[in-house]
Design a protein around this ligand. Structure first.
Ligand code: PRP
Ligand code: URA
Length: 238
């Protein structure tokens, strides 16, 4: 084989390997993104997106969707056998084993997803991380953090309805990891592709559960079509 052909073959091999690596990375990212598009969720989310939906309905729908999403987010909770006696016979049933749960909303909007999860797991502890997005830079600014003492030994669900640039969620998860937490998942309502990508670049080990993956971010880093400012719509501060 001529030197030219050998070089061309090597380049082709390297390009193929790079494409395969990219494909594997994309698949890994897809495996960590769960779009929970159950018809009930889609129906409720459409009402939430409507600009004419007021704060009361918006809040109530967010609680309902959070409960439905919570069903999927908690699917991987480990189980243990328990011996019980029914009115008819003895049997081995199942109970949640091991780690207990912590819900960590990112303030403010993440608060709107807490009650839905608490209705599923009433004994969960709730930590709070306060972050707001600077209007100019779109970068998150931390202003509060209060977590359960044993947070690092818990199964953690971070909640925030909006994953836009991904900055707030990535910072919140970094704060939890800095405290030794390892078993973390992120539950949101609407995500932008840019946000999912940025979040998984920093936290490839954290699964993201969302009700919708929207088209894109606009020039103000708002999700399109989105639903506007989630915090303002929950608390009526527009
Ligand atoms: C919103 C939202 C997320 C963040 C998403 O919060 O609830 O926390 O923006 O944007 P990002 O992915 O680009 O970081 P906001 O800063 O408006 O605060 P609020 O919840 O108090 O309204
Ligand atoms: N925060 C929101 O509340 N909505 C967006 O679309 C982006 C960030």
């Amino acid at each position: 084989m001529s030197l030219f052909k050998k070089t061309a073959a090597k380049i082709e091999e390297a390009v193929k390997a790079a494409a395969q690596a990219e494909e594997a990375k994309e698949k890994e990212t897809c495996d960590m993104l769960h779009v929970i598009d159950h018809p009930l969720i889609q129906h409720k989310l459409t009402i939430m997106r409507d600009k004419d939906t007021g704060a009361k309905d918006f809040r109530e729908l967010l609680v309902e969707i959070s409960r439905l999403l919570g069903y999927e987010v908690t699917r991987s909770l480990p189980l243990r056998d328990v011996e019980i006696e029914t009115p008819l016979t003895r049997m081995t049933g199942k109970a949640i084993a091991g780690k207990t749960l912590a819900i960590v909303p990112i303030l403010r909007a993440g608060l709107g997803m807490v009650d839905g999860l608490l209705s599923l797991v009433p004994t969960a502890k709730v930590g709070h991380i306060g972050l707001y997005r600077d209007h100019e830079t779109h970068k998150p600014v931390e202003y509060y953090c209060k977590l359960p003492d044993d947070i690092q030994s818990r199964f953690i669900i971070v909640t925030d309805p909006m994953l836009a640039t991904g900055g707030s969620a990535a910072d919140a998860v970094r704060m939890l990891k800095d405290k030794g937490c390892a078993d973390i998942r992120l539950m949101c309502l609407v995500a932008a592709p840019e946000g999912v990508k940025a979040f998984h670049e920093e936290h490839p080990d954290v699964p993201v559960f969302t009700a919708a993956l929207d088209e894109r971010l606009n020039e103000n880093a708002y999700i399109v079509p989105g639903l506007g400012d989630a915090g303002d719509r929950i608390f009526g501060t527009y």
